[in-house]
Design a protein around this ligand. Sequence first.
Ligand code: CA
Length: 409
Amino acid sequence: MPEQNSPLDLAEGDPFGPHNLPYGVFSTHDHPEDRRVGVRIGGHVLDAGAAAHTLGSPYAQLLAQPDLTALLSAGRTAWRDVRRALTAWVTVPAHRPDIEPLLHPVESVTLHMPYAVADYVDFYASENHATNVGKIFRPDGAALTPNWKHLPIGYHGRSGTVVVSGTDVVRPSGQRKAPSDAAPVFGPSVKLDIEAEVGFVVGVPSEQGRPVPLGRFRDHVFGLSLLNDWSARDLQAWEYVPLGPFLGKSFATSVSPWVTPLEALEAARIAPPARDFPLLPYLDDTGEEEPGGLDLRIAVAINGQVVAEPPFATMYWTAAQMLAHMTVNGASLRTGDLYGSGTVSGAEPGQRGSLLELTWNGSEPLELPEGKRTFLEDGDTVTMTAWAPGPDGTRVGLGEVTGRIVPTP
Ligand code: CA
């Protein structure tokens, strides 16, 4: 009798091989209300709680949950041990009879927001992006503000409107006022944009009044997702002086459904770009044991056409520096905190992570098969994907974050 193919027999180079094992939350069509922790392996999702239960694992309590909160808050030792157990479950042949019935084809399940977002913060850590934005909005001044190379600039966003990939995005309305307009007008945004970012997910909380130093980053941050910080440039331009982004950003932020643990990204760790100025001690990472940068290769597509390939390796500020800065005043962390890197833009025109930069504020439209684009039109679908170098020449797939623009009601 010919042997049946197992879903665990993956093609060589599968970006969701046992070296990856990202976490998410899924439900099946038969039980849409029953949310479960899933781990992606190849083209399937493993029901992790059921696997832990079947195999008599001590981690059943952490995994038989409706979301990732228990796992996120369990801490680094538990994260490592659970990952070790999962690796064995999907690679040791003796486990196959128990594991195979618990695998669901990824296209057959619904993926949900994998954790409740506590606080949401967004940074501005790409020098190329900040420089481009400075040139567009302040053509007569210095591209970078005087503080930019001394601290990672950020703002507090709206956690309640962070949505999982696949959620439609309603075109926001608001006030806008072009310099030539006598008075502001109200209506649907005419400059709806994207920002290709990476979002870092905090697992272990910290105590209010106690900063989290650079060296404790891995004790608190569990992993990362892709993030699209939808931005209404016309609303933003009129409202942001002097307190920063508000309604131009808070209507929606999309994240990919898979949270890739930092442990899967060891081979992607690289040194960040050289810093031009000495940093204050709490941000100075020159003495840190592990390099703080990450080599993540992002691709941005509009209606299936790739328009940019932003390299995360070029980010000036690291995720550890962002965390250290965010807490240096004593602000505490909570399980489920999410912080975005800011738009990832490389030095080349084809590496820019926003339409603002790709079209130079609408003055240089993109040529797409369906026509010219300056900013997003109703019906456009934006999809960001990414991968990172994995062990032994493999790739670690980070999945995708996608969203479609629907008209203002
Ligand atoms: Ca942003």
